[in-house]
Write a protein that binds this ligand. Structure first.
Ligand code: HXC
Length: 260
């Protein structure tokens, strides 16, 4: 499928999705949100994709937010729908079987931070900038920032970020746990591919069911979460990879996981 505002590349078991509106610093307009939804639908069905890297094309920006030009024309009903469109995409990323790594190569502001928050892992280049500038525009976060940010960094830190509209540099984002790792800018993509390859070498079903259990568990009590974990732990015992993975360990041999 051809995309106007995205670039989709494949490298071994990795899909690399680049948001590509460089003139608007990769701001998310409705068309881009819809294309992202299409690309994740395509990836969900692709058995050859085990890990997704999501990044911004160009030197400067991951995503500089939702498209302010488009938002400025919305009435209250349309604004609510725009927010819901974003939520559907963020939830789709969270529910995607494969893990998604946000490779934050520059500005990740407003909807850009929110998009990164919907990913499973965030890594950043040292020039990355995070923040929720919405209250400086007469808005508030609307793609999940008020919900996911407190869950990730705690409500005190999230409140400060959401109330002040301050920008955080990559080191500050690292310090508060908003990103897992920070790399020199020129090394970021290599490091991202190396992390993705490591994950792709593990049992795909184990990785996917771990992702699912993490997200299910965050929305329910721990005992129900444990019940879910036991159910999927049982489920994985019907896979060939489980049998072969354990056998290879016991026989001190190597096994390449097949995803079956
Ligand atoms: C539309 C944007 C944009 C955005 C940048 N551009 N961000 N267009 N929406 N979010 C456009 C600029 O208008 C400009 O277009 C071009 O990209 C380059 O941007 P500059 O401002 O000239 O670049 P620079 O001086 O380097 O500043 C970079 C920046 C700044 C600090 C990232 O662009 C900025 O503050 N952008 C807005 C960031 C923001 O507030 N994001 C949150 C949006 S609200 P021209 O045509 O002039 O070249 C949001 C809500 C989410 O995300 C929830 C919705 C429901």
């Amino acid at each position: 499928m051809a995309y106007e505002n995205l670039i989709l590349e494949h490298q071994d078991y990795i899909a690399i999705v680049k948001i590509n509106r460089p003139k608007a610093l990769n701001a998310l307009n409705s068309a881009t949100l819809q294309e992202l939804s299409q690309v994740f639908t395509e990836i969900a069905q692709d058995k050859n994709v085990r890990v997704v890297l999501l990044t911004g094309n160009g030197e400067k920006s991951f995503v500089a937010g939702a498209d302010i030009a488009e938002m400025s024309k919305l009435n209250p009903m349309q604004a609510q729908k725009f927010s819901q469109l974003g939520h559907r995409l963020m939830n789709q990323i969270e529910n995607l079987p494969q893990p998604v790594i946000a490779v934050v190569n520059g500005f990740a502001l407003g909807g850009g931070t929110e998009l990164a928050l919907a990913c499973d892992i965030r890594i950043a280049g040292e020039k990355a900038k995070f923040g929720q500038p919405e209250v400086g525009l007469g808005l508030l976060a609307g793609f999940g920032g008020t919900q996911r940010l407190p869950r990730l960094v705690g409500s005190g830190r999230a409140s400060e970020i959401l109330f002040t509209a301050d920008t955080l540099d990559a080191q500050e984002a690292y310090r508060i746990g908003l990103v897992n790792r920070v790399y020199p800018q020129e090394d970021l993509m290599n490091q991202a591919v190396s992390l993705a390859n490591k994950i792709a070498s593990r049992a795909p079903m184990g990785v996917q069911l771990s992702k699912s259990a993490i997200h299910v568990g965050q929305n329910i009590d721990i005992v129900s979460g444990q019940a879910y974990e036991s159910a999927v732990f049982g489920e994985i015992f019907s896979s060939e990879d489980q049998k072969e993975g354990c056998r290879a360990f016991l026989e001190k041999s190597k096994y390449e996981y097949k995803g079956v």
